[in-house]
Write a protein that binds this ligand. Structure first.
Ligand SMILES: C[S@@+](CC[C@H](N)C(=O)[O-])C[C@H]1O[C@@H](n2cnc3c(N)ncnc32)[C@H](O)[C@@H]1O
Length: 324
């Protein structure tokens, strides 16, 4: 939605207030020191000393800034998607369910409620940091969740043990997807169901292409391409369906689902990058560079902003289901 000059001005003031907040935390050299931006500590110990490889998303999942993932992405994005996923697979009371690449427990916690006390939920991830966040959450009213630290291609889970296996936005990161699928088949009962959710085409996904445009202007096209390629690097649902079929699953189907998203403002859109490899580059910007970056994001995402500066968009995911 287009905003009037007055409305844009209000948005600018809000951004400027945030930047002023950041400035108070800057060193005399003008480079970013450990600082607070919104609810997150940026720079310094949180980010590690070495810049991360922008192509290596897996490495990033081990960083302590996974708190950003929880605060900025789970509530507006992954939580609603978990609800959608479980509505599609129809989890029922008493089932045994395993969630692979569980992250902070987004899907597993809903599964635990839906299967109830008589059910059984195991949740696996190869990131100790993600599991620490998951374990720190209060228990849900339902099954106890057993969290296990393991990679998707070597699941720490019993053979023939589960009615349902879910994997939300993790499959695209697996280094050996065929091996992960072998493991998924091993842990499912014969006839058990698998449901894998992976983002569809990046360019159709609301404000994120706008964010990528601003990243390209500030950090260069290569960095923007690396940003796109991680979570959105396996956008063809039929390719995933082919892999699932090749692993021996039956009744493979692909559906394309859309879930709307609302972010508080431009600053929130930027904070969604807190769990991305590019975050270390953002926190290395000088004050002027950072202000310029916010300007670029504001301009690029203008069509997604309402009159209060909130950002509205759509997220699209392929959901592949199949029977073991
Ligand atoms: C985008 S997050 C999704 C987390 C969770 N499913 C959710 O919906 O919030 C991706 C997750 O995949 C995990 N992951 C990536 N590669 C993995 C692998 N090879 N084995 C296990 N987990 C992996 C990461 O640690 C991270 O928690």
């Amino acid at each position: 939605m287009n905003r009037t000059p007055q409305q844009r001005c209000r948005g600018r003031r809000c951004l400027v207030r945030r930047v002023v907040f950041i400035l108070r935390c800057r060193s005399s050299t003008g480079r970013v020191q450990p600082l607070r931006y919104g609810v997150h500590t940026l720079g310094g110990d949180d980010m590690g000393d070495e810049p991360k490889n922008p192509d290596d998303w897996s490495e990033n999942f081990g960083e302590t800034n996974m708190d950003a993932y929880e605060d900025e992405l789970v509530v507006p994005l992954f939580g609603p998607w978990a609800e959608r996923l479980l509505d599609i697979v129809e989890v029922t009371t008493g089932q045994a369910v395993i969630d692979v690449a569980c992250g902070p427990g987004t899907v597993a916690r809903l599964e635990a409620v839906r299967v109830g006390n008589a059910g059984d939920v195991v949740a696996c991830d190869f990131s100790a940091e993600m599991l620490a966040i998951a374990r720190s959450k209060p228990p849900v009213d339902g099954a106890l969740i057993e969290y296990r630290l393991c990679p998707a291609d070597a699941l720490d889970a019993r053979t023939d043990g589960f009615d349902l296996l879910t994997c939300q936005q993790g499959y695209q990161f697996f280094p050996d997807r065929p091996a992960a699928l072998v493991e998924m088949r091993r842990v499912l009962h014969p006839g058990g169901e698998v449901a894998i959710a992976v983002w569809a085409e990046f360019e159709e996904m609301g404000p994120w292409p706008a964010l990528a445009k601003a990243i390209a202007i500030t950090f260069g096209v290569d960095v923007a391409d690396a940003f796109r390629s991680g979570p959105w690097g396996l956008s063809d649902g039929d390719v995933i369906a082919g892999e699932v079929r090749a692993a021996g699953f039956d009744e493979v189907s692909v559906r394309r689902e859309v879930v709307p998203i609302e972010l508080d403002d431009v600053a929130h859109l930027v904070r969604t990058l807190g769990a991305a490899p590019i975050w270390s580059e953002i926190t290395a910007l000088t004050k002027g560079e950072f202000e310029q970056f916010l300007d670029e994001v504001d301009a690029a995402s203008a069509t997604w902003q309402d009159s209060h500066g909130a950002i509205h968009g759509e997220t699209i995911s392929n959901i592949i289901t199949a029977a073991n």
